[in-house]
Design a protein around this ligand. Structure first.
Ligand code: C2E
Ligand code: CA
Ligand code: CA
Ligand code: CA
Length: 278
């Protein structure tokens, strides 16, 4: 037996190694998956509380590998961010989302916007707007139907540069949503300067609505958003009482398992058909 000190050092080293090996495995799986088309797009409805009708949907990437099964975005997205593969993955998602929405519009099933997540790496590409234009044109989808979700971290890196990029997207008619609002470092001073359309209240705040202080917090966020003329979407809504509370707080749109989990393209098509029958 080795000495205790040596042992824990070895263990630490071993854990780090295993972590590094796992990352490399996922990096390789993603490279292969990009070639073999293993990235799919699922859609989660955003429901209007008042009307009970669909306001829009969020496109969420799914990495479905033949050998390792489904790998969670929570696992591969951070690695893809580091390796830069998120740029290519993000374009696959944007392309498929535009393709699917175009088909739903043409079938008369939908006329709203699809929200696509944009990573910080994508956001800082010098030719971002051109890349988006190309994908929209290729799919014959007017920019009106697109919304991009960006996080506080993405825009707070260089707020003035971010404002310029956001303006050029906004000028095209693309809507912009601040994702996971309240979880990054505060952008309150900048919030009014960003050309945003929507503010998405993070699930953490919705989970906290059991307490009065938690409810007051959501109330305050919704008030700030409305004072800035922003639309509010509550994320991660799982329970009926949360919907009731959110309606009282004048939050218009909710997204979460209470209404639906993210659905595959055929599942979402069926969902849209059912919505029409209502
Ligand atoms: P996000 O953008 O905040 O997306 C919402 C996440 O919450 C999704 O997880 C969704 O499935 C999950 N969710 C929705 N409703 C509920 C609910 O009621 N309860 C619970 N517990 N969870 C709910 P998902 O799909 O695993 O994605 C995780 C994160 O990965 C996303 O968080 C986003 O940051 C990132 N991501 C997903 N797709 C993309 C993409 O195409 N591009 C980029 N850059 N990031 C993506
Ligand atoms: Ca999002
Ligand atoms: Ca979010
Ligand atoms: Ca989130």
């Amino acid at each position: 037996h080795a000495k205790k000190k040596g042992n824990s050092y070895l263990f630490f080293n071993d854990t780090m190694n295993r972590e590094a090996v796992k990352r490399l495995q996922i990096e390789n799986l993603m490279r292969y998956g990009l070639k073999e088309d293993h990235f799919e797009v699922y859609y989660q409805p955003k429901m209007n509380i008042r009307t009970g009708k669909l306001d829009g949907m969020e496109a969420l990437v799914r990495f479905i590998t033949p050998k390792k099964g489904v790998i969670s975005p929570g696992v591969f997205i951070p690695i893809a961010e580091e390796t830069g593969q998120i740029i290519e993955i993000g374009e696959v998602v944007l392309n498929k989302a535009c393709r699917d929405v175009k088909a739903w519009i043409d079938q008369g099933l939908f006329s709203g916007r699809v929200a696509v997540n944009l990573s910080a790496k994508q956001f800082s590409l010098p030719d971002l707007t051109t890349r988006i234009d190309v994908i929209l044109q290729k799919n014959e989808l007017p920019s009106y139907f697109l919304e991009l979700e960006i996080t506080e971290g993405t825009v707070m890196d260089d707020p003035n540069e971010a404002i310029a990029v956001m303006r050029s997207l906004s000028a095209r008619g693309i809507h912009l949503a601040m994702d996971d609002f309240g979880t990054g470092y505060s952008s309150l001073a900048y919030l009014k300067q960003f050309p945003l359309n929507t503010l998405k209240v993070d699930k953490a705040f919705i989970d906290d609505m059991q307490s009065e202080r938690g409810r007051n917090m959501v109330d305050s966020i919704v008030t700030i958003a409305h004072n800035l003329d922003l639309h509010v979407v509550a994320e991660g809504v799982e329970q009926a009482d949360q919907v009731v509370m959110l309606e009282q707080l004048k939050c218009q749109t909710v997204q979460g398992y209470y209404y639906s989990k993210p659905l595959s393209q055929p599942e979402f098509t069926a969902f849209l058909q059912k919505q029409l029958d209502k």
